[in-house]
Ligand binder design. Sequence first.
Ligand SMILES: [Zn+2]
Length: 476
Amino acid sequence: MPSPTTPGWASVPGARHIAPEEAQSLPKIPALPLSWRDAKPLLENMTGPEVPKNWQGALPIKYRLTGAVTAHVKVDMDTSMQPYTVVEARIRGSELPDEWVLFGNHRDAWVFGGVDPSSGTASMMELTRALGELKERGIRPRRTLVACSWDGEEYALTGSTEWGEEFADDLKKKLVAYLNVDESVAGAATTAGAEGLSFSPSAVASLAPMLVEASKDVRAPSGKSLYEAWRATSKRDAKARAVPLDSTLVETRIGSGSDHTVFLNHLGRPVMNLGFTGDYGVYHSMYDDHYWMEHIGDPTFEYHVALTRIWGLVGLRLANADILPFDFGFNASKLDKFLAELEQKNKIDARELKLKKLHQRIAEFQKAGNDLREATVRSLTSASASREKIECLNQQLLQVESNWLEPAGIPGRPWFQHLLYAARYTYAHLEFPGLTEAVEKRDWKLASQQAELIDRALEKNIKLLHAAQNSWENNK
Ligand SMILES: [Zn+2]
């Protein structure tokens, strides 16, 4: 979400600001959390009907919906402009300096932030130290690595959003992927049981298979590979009898609520979020501090280490890969699932909205993705391709995610331009956002327009993958 008075452009010194009255994202009603001590006299003097059972809170009074309580509220707000500082570090790529892999983590916290964000920040400090050491030894990645420490995440993702808006043109052209870690350990390892904390990453579906692959080469705190530990906790968390399939390990639904938002939803670049989770309970409170982490969260700090390793490994594989490891066949299989779920959940009648064509188009995209993948694997094992040829292919692969962008944005939210991913107003994930919201309103005309936009983007990507395969097979 962009800063309220610079919607769509960077809030840097000297930037134009619109008047606060014109800012659509500024709330009109002041809101502030109250302590229970201050809330109690207000709540206990209400006289209206009792609340539904599950709305009753923990104070020793009957909670009520309405009732005349008059309070004098003095609003005293500081609306001055204050600076945020984004810290940036770079290692220039040795061969492809204009392709970037971006690591990011926020630095601001609501209170002490032992978990959120300092667990992630500890991993980031360690990761950048290790990358710096590689550089000292003369080992440079082929592509450029950028690491950003964001400010102002808790206030509407401001630091990353303004940075993304400022460098939008570069990022759209150069960003291979954004790898976000907000909290590296958001759970209590001391009470997590034998299997330990859950590795619970999310990623755009095209990058999910490479993440699973990378997890096989990282050690989890249990001593098993991260892949084995991940399978075990997934089975436990799903209360499943069998170990889940690899294809279901990565969450490919991506909501908002962290710094990946601008890169995916506004700039159309692939993203990943990495972290361990478990029972936690101190989120955003004054108890989320270093004491909690040292005694309850991760006393041996081994989860922090494991997270740093997978983060760095994924980043380095992306930075050093000959052919970028995007899997669009897998991507398509997830899209088909999203669409089928949308139909089932909303009981869509084919007389109101026809989605058969969209399923067919997704199947074509799947075939094009799988065919290209097989073609590249085939010739990579049989002969060596020239550097120019590989680079041409990589540029085509990078274009796919950009083609999901619709410049007009989704209805009512022009800043959110990705046709496959957005978030609900709660931050919850939302797939095919324009289509889904139209279906939920039973606005069939708008829904079919939105389906048409997705269809066109799919068509563009199918053509792109065909062209990529064609030039791969016919050029030296
Ligand atoms: Zn956070």
